[in-house]
Write a protein that binds this ligand. Structure first.
Ligand SMILES: O=C(O)C1=N[C@H](C(=O)O)C[C@H](O)C1
Length: 323
């Protein structure tokens, strides 16, 4: 299954027709890790990463939540990073997901990963153990000192059980190399508070919030669903950035049902099911993650068929009238 793209929008995706962006902006996606017979399918990862770059995606995360990072060994993470950095060939940044509740284990993992070619890390607060804010601060600082690469702070309370308080984010950005935050569980107040922090780029981690967040000033998004229809997400982002808010919202609203459906069963099973329908991977996950239910797969097929069938004639007219 592929999604047709009108000529006008092809021109918008041409790297020569849009200006160079700052880092930590635009549509990033945390790539799934394709598996086959229990092993990582590096060839499938290579092909899929090339497709994502070719579709205009602005940055990739490997081995994050959606990449089933906790189920990968350090060897697999390093080899995956080497494969993907080679396939994107420096066109976009590639970051590596880091997580865990044991500071020393993450430090050991950094040693095992070595220089695997990534430009930085995306790291969540320790999960399960619920440390103090000072403990969270010291955890991030200890890892930053050894990592020697930028770390995007990953605030995802629903998964970790702890919140990165705004004061802690400020303290981290003032003392270490934490150029951006991927913020989840957003409220308007929280987003405003993060956007007010000097020298911090804010990347939206709640897919359905993405456009509201862009309109409020967020710099980018790290979105699992974006990899299911990458050109469409990038096209909506460019429309907002360069052309009309109305045209962008129209595109975003078409993508909203997809984003909602992607989180109705635990991520990344829905993303993998959608990508399997497009032949990018097979629907294999590592425990404790499991494939989607049959009923879910039927709904997903209908949604993807509808998206595929949807013509953009009305959107092209909207673009022309907004110029
Ligand atoms: O893997 C990620 O990074 C993302 N994780 C979030 C989650 O799984 O809760 C969702 C977001 O789209 C990307």
């Amino acid at each position: 299954m592929s999604f047709p793209l009108p000529r006008l929008l092809d021109a918008m995706l041409d790297p020569n027709t849009y200006m160079a962006r700052s880092a930590y902006s635009g549509i990033w996606t945390p790539m799934i890790t394709p598996f086959k017979n229990g092993a990582v399918d590096y060839d499938a990862a290579d092909l899929f990463a090339s497709h994502l770059v070719g579709s205009g995606i602005h940055g990739l995360v490997v081995g994050g939540t959606t990449g089933e990072g906790p189920a990968l060994t350090s060897y697999e993470k390093a080899r995956l990073a080497q494969t993907i950095t080679a396939s994107v060939a420096g066109h976009i940044p590639v970051f590596m997901g880091l997580e865990g509740a044991n500071t020393q284990k993450i430090l050991n993992e950094l040693g095992e990963l070595g220089d695997c070619g990534v430009q930085g890390y995306l790291m969540s607060a320790p999960s399960y153990v619920r440390p103090s804010q000072d403990g969270i601060y010291r955890h991030f600082m200890a890892i930053a000192e050894v990592a020697k690469l930028p770390i995007i702070l990953y605030d995802i309370p629903i998964r970790t059980g702890s919140v990165l308080h705004t004061d802690t984010v400020v303290r981290l950005t003032q003392n270490g190399d934490f150029p951006a935050i991927k913020a989840c569980g957003l409220t308007t107040e929280r987003l405003k508070a993060l956007l007010a922090i000097q020298d911090l780029k804010v990347m939206c981690g709640d897919d359905t919030w993405m456009f509201r967040a862009f309109e409020m000033g967020a710099h980018g998004a790290i979105s699992a669903s974006a990899q299911v229809a990458p050109r469409r997400f990038v096209e909506a982002y460019h429309m907002l950035e360069k052309y009309s808010a109305d045209g962008a919202w129209k595109r975003f609203n078409i993508l909203l049902p997809l984003m909602e459906l992607m989180f109705e069963e635990p991520n990344p099973a829905p993303v993998k099911a959608a990508l399997a329908m497009q032949d990018w991977c097979i629907e294999e996950l590592r425990l404790p993650m499991t494939p989607v239910t049959r009923a879910y797969r039927d709904d997903l097929k209908v949604l993807l068929d509808n998206m595929h069938a949807l013509h953009h004639e009305d959107l092209i007219c909207a673009d022309k009238s907004s110029k």
